[in-house]
Ligand binder design. Structure first.
Ligand code: SD4
Length: 342
C-alpha cells in the first residue's frame, strides 16, 4: 500500500506530469498544406521510382506504401547501381543497406545484407514485425528468408564483374589496414565522379506526403563500390540517411555516407526545418556544416540532402553541382537540378 508521503509525492508528480504532457503533446501551429500529395527522390532514377510512388499517392494511398513501392523500382532496375546489379565490395560481394520510416516514428533498417533483391521491403518487415529497428548481415538475411524473401544467386551482373575486374587491376587489392591508416580518406568515394563531371551514384532516397498530409521516407543503396567488407554507410542509419518527423518534415541524403553520419545529416536537416528554415535552406545549413568540418577535403566528396516540409514544400542542396532530384506532384513530373556550394 502507498503511504501518505509517497501518495502526496506521487500525486504532485502526476499532476506535474499531466501539465508537462499537455505542454509536450500540444500540437504545433498547423499551416495549410499547399501541396499534397507530393513525392521527391534522389538522382535521375527518381523519375521512374516516383511513377510507382505516385500511383499509390494519387489513389489516396499511404505515403509509407508509396516510398516502399517507389524505390523497389530502382532496386530491380538493371541500369542502376542500386540493388543486386551494383558494384561489389573489395572481396567481390554486393552488400546492401536500406531504411524506411513512417509518420509515427516507426522505423526499420537493414545493413550489410547480401543476396536479397528488395532490402527496402526487408527493412519494412523489421519495422513492422520485430521489436527492433535494425538487423545486419547474416541475421538480416536469415530474417528475410524466414519472411519468404528468395535468396538470389551470389553472382555479379556482367557490368559489375567487368568493373570489379578493372578495379582489381588498377587498385590492386590492398588490405583494409591501409585505409584505416589513412583515416579512410583514400577509400572509394560514394558517389564517384565520371570524367565528364557527372556522378556515378549508388543510392535512391525518397520522401513523400500523402493526401492525408502524412509523411514517410525510404532510402536504399549498394553503398560505395569496392568498399571494405562490412562497411555500412549512412543510408540504413535512421537520422543519417533518412529521417521523418510528421509534425515538421522529412529528409534523405546521398553521397559520402561517412560524412553524413558525422553530422546526423537527415535529422539535423529536419531540426533546421523545425526552427523555421525552408527545406532548401535547411539542407544548405547542414551541407555548410560538413564543408566546415572537412575543410579542403570537402573538394573530394559529394554529399546532397533532399527535404520536404509539412507544408508540402521541397528543397535540396549539395556540396558540388550535378546533383538532381525528381519531383512528382499534381502539377509537375520533372527532374530538378539542385543548388550547390560550388
Ligand atoms: C553510402 N550514401 O553508402 C551512400 C552512397 C551514395 O550515391 O549515396 N551513393 O555512403
Amino acid at each position: 500500500m502507498l503511504d501518505r508521503r509517497k501518495f502526496i509525492a506521487t500525486s504532485v508528480f502526476s499532476s506535474a506530469g499531466i501539465l508537462l504532457s499537455k505542454k509536450i503533446l500540444a500540437k504545433p501551429h498547423v499551416v495549410a498544406v499547399k501541396n499534397k500529395p507530393v513525392v521527391i527522390s534522389t538522382w535521375n532514377n527518381g523519375l521512374e521510382a516516383n511513377k510507382a510512388a505516385w500511383k499509390i499517392l494519387a489513389a489516396g494511398g499511404r505515403a509509407l506504401d508509396a516510398v516502399e513501392a517507389g524505390v523497389m523500382v530502382t532496386e530491380s532496375s538493371q541500369d542502376c547501381c542500386v540493388g543486386l546489379g551494383a558494384n561489389p565490395d573489395r572481396d567481390g560481394f554486393v552488400t546492401l543497406d536500406a531504411s524506411i520510416m513512417d509518420e509515427h516514428f516507426n522505423c526499420g533498417s537493414v545493413a550489410f545484407l547480401e543476396r536479397i533483391k528488395h532490402p527496402i521491403s526487408v527493412a519494412r518487415r523489421v519495422m513492422e514485425k520485430t521489436p527492433h529497428v535494425m538487423l545486419v548481415g547474416i541475421g538480416a538475411q536469415e530474417f528475410a528468408v524466414a519472411e519468404g524473401f528468395p535468396l538470389e544467386p551470389q553472382k555479379l551482373s556482367p557490368e559489375a564483374q567487368k568493373a570489379y575486374d578493372e578495379w582489381l587491376k588498377k587498385s590492386e587489392y590492398k588490405p583494409p589496414a591501409i585505409n584505416v591508416e589513412n583515416n579512410g580518406e583514400h577509400g572509394p568515394f560514394a558517389p564517384s565522379r565520371f570524367d565528364d563531371g557527372t556522378w556515378n551514384h549508388d543510392t535512391i532516397g525518397m520522401v513523400a506526403m500523402d493526401a492525408n498530409g502524412n509523411l514517410s521516407g525510404s532510402c536504399t543503396t549498394s553503398g560505395a563500390g569496392f568498399k571494405m567488407r562490412g562497411r555500412v554507410g549512412d543510408s540504413p542509419i535512421i537520422g543519417a540517411g533518412l529521417y521523418v518527423d510528421n509534425e515538421v518534415g522529412a529528409c534523405t541524403s546521398t553521397g559520402q555516407g561517412e560524412d553524413v553520419i558525422r553530422v546526423a545529416g537527415s535529422h539535423s536537416v529536419v531540426e533546421m526545418m523545425r526552427q523555421g528554415l525552408s527545406p532548401e535552406k535547411a539542407c544548405k545549413k547542414i551541407i555548410e556544416r560538413i564543408i566546415r568540418i572537412k575543410g579542403e577535403k570537402a573538394k573530394e566528396i559529394q554529399v546532397a540532402f533532399l527535404a520536404l516540409n509539412k507544408n508540402g514544400e521541397v528543397g535540396a542542396y549539395a556540396i558540388h553541382g550535378g546533383f538532381s532530384f525528381a519531383l512528382r506532384d499534381n502539377k509537375n513530373e520533372k527532374l530538378i537540378s539542385a543548388k550547390s556550394f560550388d
